[in-house]
Design a protein around this ligand. Structure first.
Ligand SMILES: Cc1cc2nc3c(=O)[nH]c(=O)nc-3n(C[C@H](O)[C@H](O)[C@H](O)COP(=O)(O)OP(=O)(O)OC[C@H]3O[C@@H](n4cnc5c(N)ncnc54)[C@H](O)[C@@H]3O)c2cc1C
Length: 296
């Protein structure tokens, strides 16, 4: 199908892009990798009046350290994260998830920030971001300087399936991930029917230990088993301050299976998905613990 007619602009700088977005108002949509937006337009599921193509903004294609955090710019592709030494050294959950995004074609083109903005409940990145406590940096061309940048915790950014909390005229400029301080590790486990498929079940696990080896911080989020990427706060809370053990991970796994609400569909029955959530939660935290202890 042909998409409906739209205006197109390809700004050369971030300021130009923000002006174009501001002028387009409700009709404006950012075009990043196009791996979700273009198929949706062709299927008639999206009909933006104006596309602002940010692919010329090479200033946004970074992955770097910024004030102790890991910062991923709006044009960093999935493949850039998969290949990044900095990510590999500093965040086990992100490093584990990147190679699981679809196939090389999609990874070479699609962006992490586009995926975060898209809020597809079957998308892998928002589970990762929820588990590691990321924030989204939104920019706009607002008249008042102090309104031009908002830092939104990812749990507030994900407003629902395919819905984020950006205002018209705002775009995601960067995603910020707190860098591990001290002993920490992470994992992303994904069950898929075949290479390149979306998750039947995805589990993102993050674990940071205090000086005594107890859980200082636990992060857990699930893909494809709820209306939106689900942060399992019950599991995170019950693990805080505890000594990590198979029994503790089993408790977290039970909480995860209880919290999600999978649908029976072509990828499998709901009970099966719930069982995979529990098993992958146990395995995810076991892998994160090994990494945090420098054993894996
Ligand atoms: C065959 C196939 C398989 C896939 N499999 C997976 C998978 O296994 N796991 C997975 O997680 N994803 C998968 N995807 C989706 C892929 O990861 C996309 O790259 C991602 O969802 C969107 O990123 P994008 O850069 O392509 O965004 P686009 O398609 O350009 O945009 C998507 C949406 O986000 C908005 N947007 C993009 N960037 C910004 C920004 N900086 N600020 C504000 N809004 C923005 C757009 O306006 C649009 O609404 C798959 C896609 C395809 C085609």
């Amino acid at each position: 199908m042909y998409p409906s007619a739209f205006e197109y602009s390809a700004p050369g700088t971030l300021d130009e892009a923000l002006s174009a977005l501001g002028e387009a108002g409700d009709e404006g949509r950012v075009l990043a990798g196009g791996q979700s937006l273009i198929p949706m337009m062709k299927l008639g599921l999206a009909a933006p009046g104006c596309l602002i193509d940010i692919n010329g903004l090479s200033e946004l294609s970074y992955i770097r350290e910024s004030n102790g955090d890991l910062a991923i710019g709006a044009l960093a592709r999935h493949a850039d994260v998969a290949a990044s030494d900095l990510v590999g050294r500093t965040n086990g959950t992100l490093a584990a998830a990147a190679p699981w995004i679809s196939d090389p074609l999609v990874r070479n083109r699609g962006t992490v920030c586009g995926s975060v903005a898209h809020c597809d409940p079957e998308g892998d990145w928002n589970s990762v971001m929820l588990a590691v406590g990321a924030s989204v940096v939104a920019r706009s061309a607002a008249k008042r300087r102090k309104n031009r940048e908002r830092v939104i915790p990812i749990a507030d950014f994900v407003a629902g399936p395919f819905t984020n909390s950006l205002n018209p005229g705002e775009m995601v400029a960067e995603v910020r991930v707190p860098k591990y301080r001290g002993a920490a590790g992470g994992a992303y486990l994904k069950l898929e029917r075949k290479i390149g498929d979306y998750a039947t079940v995805g589990v993102a696990a993050h674990l940071a230990l205090d000086a005594a080896g107890n859980v200082a911080e636990a992060g857990l989020a699930l893909t494809s088993v709820h209306q939106h990427n689900l942060k399992v706060t019950e599991a995170e809370a019950l693990m805080a301050g505890q000594t990590p053990s198979p029994e503790l991970f089993a408790e977290a796994a039970e909480a995860a299976a209880r919290s999600c609400d999978p649908e029976s569909d072509i990828r499998g029955p709901a009970d099966f998905k719930r069982a995979v959530v529990a098993e992958y939660t146990r395995r995810g935290f076991a892998a994160a613990l090994k990494q945090a202890r420098g054993e894996g």
